[in-house]
Design a protein around this ligand. Sequence first.
Ligand SMILES: Nc1ncnc2c1ncn2[C@@H]1O[C@H](COP(=O)(O)OP(=O)(O)OP(=O)(O)O)[C@@H](O)[C@H]1O
Ligand SMILES: [Mg+2]
Length: 315
Amino acid sequence: MTTPVLEARDVTMRFGGLTAVRSVDFTVNSGEIVGLIGPNGAGKTTFFNCLTGLYVPTEGTVAYQGKVLPPKPHMVTQAGIARTFQNIRLFANMTVLENVLVGRHTRTKEGLWSALLRGPGFRKAERESEERALQLLEFVGLAEKREHLARNLPYGEQRKLEIARALASEPGLLLLDEPTAGMNPQETRTTEELVFAIRDMGIAVLVIEHDMRFIFNLCDRVAVLVQGEKLIEGTSEVVQADERVIAAYLGEPFEGEPDTAEAAEVDTAEAAAATAEPAGATTARAGTAGSETTEAGTAEVEAAGSADSTEGETQ
Ligand SMILES: Nc1ncnc2c1ncn2[C@@H]1O[C@H](COP(=O)(O)OP(=O)(O)OP(=O)(O)O)[C@@H](O)[C@H]1O
Ligand SMILES: [Mg+2]
């Protein structure tokens, strides 16, 4: 039986004269992977921000498991909704493991005094947190890099670390904002597997993505947002075949896409490069995707600055 996990009713978000999200009704049921697609600037991230309390919607309500949520990020996390960000927000100078531990703090009961005195209760909670964090790193494939600084991870791994950190708050619903942005086809496929595995753990998933192959493969249901309004919602088959969707969205981004033969060639080259990578794969990859890694590194340092000051918001 499907029960609603998330119910957004009539959500509108205005910024001055601009209506970024207009009267959107939206439901995610338990056990579902739901996709949210739409052109750049359609209001997808703004809608996520309304769901997670980063923005207070101008109108409308958001309910999680039947209870209306107050628009406060920490209360939303505590209720059971976790998210990742379109612009990665990690603590750049913390280790991989520490980043996941940060994600766990909403679930640990130990208070400040207990932490300061480092009593037995605190040490036990700390041990349990660390075990769980390691499990999650294992789950996303980053256990071996637990002592690396987050800033030194390649871009794709930073995205996976964000997922591990989100999972550390033990959510019932996970929101992913462009989880495969900047990933190569192989990393995208691993992420697809990861999302299926998350769903199989009993966590409902709502995912924003521009990669249509990824979305239509993955999602039980897809909703299309255009200029802040929900144009259509349905199964992958229904949405893919809708003429308005093709005209409003699918038509354009695919114009410049490589044809099938070209795409296959790229896939083969990627696969060959991956199998040829020696054990020190990180260095090799950093070498080939040098500019991207540097870019991600820079972005991440900036993001970390803002994350430090908005720690309450991130989780
Ligand atoms: N804090 C803000 N203040 C003012 N306008 C905003 C704010 N956040 C978003 N907008 C505007 O709202 C609209 C929707 O932006 P949003 O980032 O939600 O789009 P999106 O669908 O996530 O796009 P993309 O696919 O490029 O990530 C845009 O016109 C954007 O400029
Ligand atoms: Mg966005």
